[in-house]
Design a protein around this ligand. Structure first.
Ligand code: PHE
Ligand code: NA
Length: 461
């Protein structure tokens, strides 16, 4: 049994690394979550805060995480400790990597359920379920609403779809980094961009952007609560796949000579673009149909099918759209699963296949908590602060675990790691280096601490 070996898997090129990392980043967070939390938090002001969080906190923390993985070339728990010890820090930093593996696994437990919704919607699309059959627009809206409610309360269907999702991801990961992960993203990512472009052109041709643009881009700060600021901050971590061990693992597979800064910016820009495009596709329909922007997690699954059902070639585009959502989700699912797999593989010396089976089955079992939260099973409701398991897991990860781990990542790379090492790994010009380090040393920790303490009620501003 080996306990601590270094990783010798590598992406075959910088481009493949960017594809894989963008595949991890772009997912349900962009297409499903961002639009609905933006809707719940009043639009423009939320978007603005979110963009600042991506730029000033998300990108620097991503660079820090990737650097840790690349420097140590081990799985997350070992990586953070290795990098800390190299600079004379404590091995307690291994907790940072371990917390990422736990957060990633918790996220995956509900992520596969939502990915399952998207997969089910492909078949709704194919069978023409989005089409208006009832005659009136109101009746059509009700039909689409009933389709969604019917799905999310159907325990058997949800279990089938989430099982298929996790099994498919396990099959990819068992094959390893190059034959599995890399091959999957090489095909899926270009397809995703093609589909997204088609949907965008289609939305531009048929939708009305005016009100949506107004909603998304004219900030009204009276609509944004502190809780909304925490949601924006937490989502910046979620959407960039930070604090979940993933960027450390993917960084560990990075070929030598890859620029950490440049690739991090590419990934963040792609991710942000997809999120904004998703908003611009959804909100015109929401407003045109007099729906509530604050409809919650069903927003994507209720608004777009209404539009698809009323538009020419709607069945075709609706089906394509949900194929795209499913692909985007799937590349994130394999990333989320890779983090516990790499951990079990390295820490406990399990073979890749065994590690994949153990992690996959555990997460599958955890996913039942979300399934039963949605189906209304009484034991799954009101677990903490009135939240069901699904909402509790979402809040625990996005609003607590991810920002806190981000704070510690910033502190580790900003304060513990020696300057010659960060300079060498980042390879930036003097000015850029200073700017990134300022974000890691001061801005990120202070901003995260303030937002966090305020939101949990420790300080009031
Ligand atoms: N970034 C992914 C998304 O936006 C979700 C994710 C979170 C993936 C954490 C990996 C790790 O959908
Ligand atoms: Na994302």
């Amino acid at each position: 049994m080996t306990t601590s070996t270094t990783i010798d898997n590598r992406w075959s090129s910088e481009f493949k690394y960017v594809l894989a990392a963008a595949g991890a980043a772009v997912g349900l967070g962009n297409l499903w979550k961002f639009p609905y939390i933006m809707g719940e938090n009043g639009g423009g002001a939320f978007v603005l805060v979110y963009l600042f969080c991506i730029l000033l906190i998300g990108i620097p923390v991503m660079m820090a995480e990737v650097m840790i993985g690349k420097r140590a070339r081990t799985s997350p728990a070992n990586a953070s400790a290795t990098v800390a010890k190299e600079s004379g820090g404590s091995s307690i930093w291994s907790l940072l990597g371990a917390s990422g593996v736990i957060a990633g696994s918790l996220i995956l437990s509900f992520y596969i359920v939502i990915a399952g919704w998207a997969a089910a919607y492909i078949f709704f699309g194919i069978s023409g379920d989005f089409l208006a059959t009832a005659g009136s627009e109101i009746a059509h809206k009700d039909e689409i609403g009933a389709l969604f409610t019917g799905l999310i309360t159907d325990t058997t269907q949800l279990i089938i779809w989430s099982s298929i999702t996790i099994i498919a991801a396990m099959l990819v990961l068992i094959r390893g980094v190059n034959a599995g992960l890399e091959k999957a993203v090489t095909y899926l990512m270009p397809l995703l961009f093609v589909l997204l472009t088609i949907i965008m052109v289609y939305a531009a041709a048929t939708g009305n952007f005016g009100e949506a643009a107004q909603f998304m881009f004219s900030p009204d700060f009276s609509k944004l609560s502190f809780d909304g600021v925490l949601t924006a901050l937490g989502h910046a971590f979620f959407t960039l796949s930070l604090s979940s061990g993933i960027m450390m693992v993917y960084g560990a597979y990075m070929p030598e000579g890859t620029s950490i800064a440049k690739t991090s910016i590419y990934i963040a820009v792609m991710d942000t673009a997809v999120a904004l495009i998703a908003g611009m596709a959804i909100f015109p329909i929401v407003f045109a149909n007099g729906m509530e922007p604050s409809a919650g997690p069903g927003l994507l699954f209720v608004s777009l099918p209404i539009a698809f059902g009323q538009m020419p070639l709607g069945t075709l585009f609706g089906t394509l759209f949900f194929i795209m959502v499913t692909f985007a989700a799937f590349t994130s699912v394999i990333a989320l699963l890779e983090s516990p797999v790499a951990y079990l593989n390295e820490r406990l010396g399990l073979s890749r296949a065994k590690a994949t089976i153990v992690a996959g089955c555990t997460i599958w079992a955890l996913s039942l908590l979300t399934v039963f939260s949605l189906s209304g099973a009484p034991w799954a409701q009101d677990v903490v602060m009135g939240l069901n398991f699904f909402d509790a897991l979402d809040k625990l990860t996005a609003n607590i675990m991810l920002p806190l781990a981000g704070l510690f990542t910033a502190v580790l790379v900003g304060w513990v790691v020696k300057e010659n090492i960060t300079r060498e790994e980042f390879g930036l010009s003097e000015f850029a280096y200073k700017a990134v380090m300022f974000c890691l040393r001061y801005l990120s920790p202070v901003a995260i601490a303030i937002v966090f303490l305020q939101a949990v009620g420790f300080i009031s501003l």
